[in-house]
Design a protein around this ligand. Structure first.
Ligand code: PEP
Ligand code: MG
Length: 574
């Protein structure tokens, strides 16, 4: 067997050795072929059998969700079951098979195209959005017809399975949280897309932007995924396998060693205490927060609660989740970010797809345009604040007006709870994310008006450099160390110091151990990252001499040459 390497953008460290499993995009694979008159009945039978199989499959998933206490996803499955029985999906393709003598895959695919057309004409944005459910159901049926293995991958030894996909949505990645696959590789995506961020939180090696991966890798190929270097080795020789098994063991030993510093207080050599908080997406992530002994939750990305479901979570459901997270953290802070839906994170709240780009109706803009949706969440957060140390964080602020409107809605939500005599923390702190350059430039003004700031470097880099963080064709230009980005971070940290307000970084830069000393040298004291990075960053903090790194960080801040900055980063980490 020929062995060869392909490259991509590494997004999550570690080395995996295993067997490839290609995730198909069934819709792209449908072709039309004629069915002879004598075979029409057989084709209809094949179609009906596929429907029945998908129905059984959905019922099985539903049962499993209930067993696993993941009942919040059940309505999503119910919708799919309902769609499956809709005559547009169950009957119309049969007419096409009969009348047009075409194969079943084609019959249901053309029916899907018709349904999508009709959906696109509907004015009601909520109903319009439901077309994605139809697409998913039809895709399931097509996969069965094409004889694909199901997308629900139920392997005995999941850790030896390497998933290879064209792209994986954040919503799909979220479902991987219940599994422990060996690694995943996608043909598309940027290093700071939400899919990549979720991959890091899964703590499995992952590489995105591996061009043509699905053409070059076949099912059941032996793969080595080097998530540190962004290399995939296909069908390696025994010698290479041996070498990587050795590297993999070294990596595991290094990870184990880190556990020793789990309970060590996080302070620099100058005795300054540094807070290392965790980013979470769903309440189940708390176990990793505890495992790594984080000082609190610095970013709860609540939009993930709104994904993979046809209807929005109501106030009661959100309240229960926020309360359980707050309670499980005791007195430690829990920063709940209000809904940051839009761009690459689609939820049932995104009504207008067209404007739903990174520059569109996203995050706080979306929430302010849907006050009812926003107030529901604010009330749920406020109610939960009676049960722990909760703070509110507003994503993607870009103007003072937005901040003032937000504060007004928070006050209204408080008043409504007071009227109903419901307990909450009236002194709850409200912070803002610094993700838009305009706000980083005016950080002074925002530091004055807010209780704390949290720099979302993932978006700050995207908006400062005009690089779509999800687009693999420009991912080589995405540079967190660009002098303009560093200067905006510096400006924000200084503004926080001036107004005596806490400044954190909760973007991916906070979890990159190569950048810990630079950020400490710039005066950052609060870091929030995916739990898997906490111990490696702590190791960096423990070895940091504040005097030395401050001088070196200043040198980096003064530098504008990218090569020079890279050299200086190596120097600060010596
Ligand atoms: C960020 O932009 O840095 C951030 C933390 O928010 P998100 O990655 O969820 O957009
Ligand atoms: Mg962001």
């Amino acid at each position: 067997m020929v062995s060869f390497n392909i490259h991509g953008v590494p997004v999550s460290n570690g080395i995996a050795i295993g067997t490839s499993h290609l995730i198909s995009n069934a819709l792209l694979e449908v072709v039309r072929y004629d069915i002879k008159d004598t075979k029409i009945d057989l084709e209809i039978k094949r179609f009906k059998k596929a429907l029945a199989k998908v129905k059984n499959e959905l019922n099985r998933i539903k049962k499993q969700l209930l067993v696993d206490s993941n009942s919040q996803f059940v309505p999503f499955i119910d919708t799919h079951l309902m769609l499956l029985c809709d005559k547009n999906i169950s009957d119309e393709p049969i007419h096409s098979i009969k009348n047009e003598r075409c194969n079943a895959e084609w019959a249901i695919k053309i029916q899907l195209d018709l349904i999508i057309e009709r959906f696109n004409e509907i004015e009601d944005p909520y109903i319009k959005e439901r077309k994605h459910d139809v697409v998913q159901v039809v895709e399931r049926v097509i996969k069965v017809l094409l004889g694909h293995q199901r997308q629900r991958i139920n392997f005995k030894n999941e850790s030896s399975i390497i998933l290879v996909a064209q792209d994986i949505s954040p919503a799909d990645t979220l479902q991987f949280k219940n599994h422990k696959y060996g690694a995943f590789i996608t043909e598309m995506g940027g290093a700071n897309s939400h899919t990549a961020i979720l991959a890091r939180s899964l703590n499995i090696p992952s590489i995105v932007a591996v061009r043509n991966a699905k053409k070059l890798i076949k099912n059941n190929d032996t793969l080595i995924v080097d998530g540190n270097q962004g290399i995939v080795i296909i069908n390696p020789s025994f010698a290479i396998l041996d070498e990587y098994q050795y590297k993999q063991n070294l990596w595991k030993i290094e990870q184990k060693k880190l556990i020793k510093i789990r309970n060590v207080r996080c302070k620099t050599l100058g005795n300054e205490t540094i807070s290392l908080h965790a980013n979470i997406e769903i309440p189940e992530d708390i176990k990793y927060v505890k495992e790594n002994n984080a000082d609190g939750i610095g970013l709860f990305r609540t939009e993930f609660l709104f994904m993979n479901r046809p209807a929005l979570p109501d106030e009661e459901e959100q309240f229960r989740i926020y309360k359980s997270v707050a309670k499980s953290m005791g007195n430690l802070p829990v920063v709940i970010r209000t809904l940051d839906s839009g761009a690459d994170k689609n939820t049932a709240a995104d009504n207008n797809k067209k404007s739903n780009s990174a520059l569109g109706l996203r995050a706080i803009r979306l929430c302010l345009s849907e006050p009812h949706l926003f107030t529901t969440q604010l009330k749920a957060i406020l109610r939960a604040s009676a049960f722990g140390n909760i703070k509110i964080l507003i994503p993607m602020l870009s103007s003072l007006q937005e901040l003032r409107q937000t504060k007004m809605l928070i006050e209204r939500a408080k008043q409504s709870l007071k009227n109903s005599k419901i307990k909450f923390n009236d002194k709850i702190l409200v912070g803002g994310m610094i993700e838009v350059p305009a706000v980083a430039i005016n950080a002074d003004i925002f530091a004055n008006e807010l209780d704390f700031l949290s720099i979302g470097t993932n978006d700050l880099v995207q908006y400062t450099l005009a690089i779509d963080r999800t687009d693999d064709s420009v991912s080589h230009l995405y540079n967190s160390l660009h002098s303009a980005v560093l200067s905006l971070i510096d400006n924000t940290i200084k503004a926080g110091k001036k107004y005596n307000k806490e400044v954190a970084i909760c973007g991916e830069m906070a979890g990159d151990p190569k950048l810990t000393k630079l950020l400490l040298g710039m005066g950052l004291t609060h870091f929030s990252m995916h739990p898997a990075s906490i111990l490696i960053v702590k190791k960096q903090v423990l070895g940091s001499d504040p005097k030395k790194i401050k001088i070196k960080a200043n040198k980096i801040l003064r530098s504008i040459e990218p090569d020079n900055i890279e050299n200086l980063i190596q120097d600060i980490n010596k």
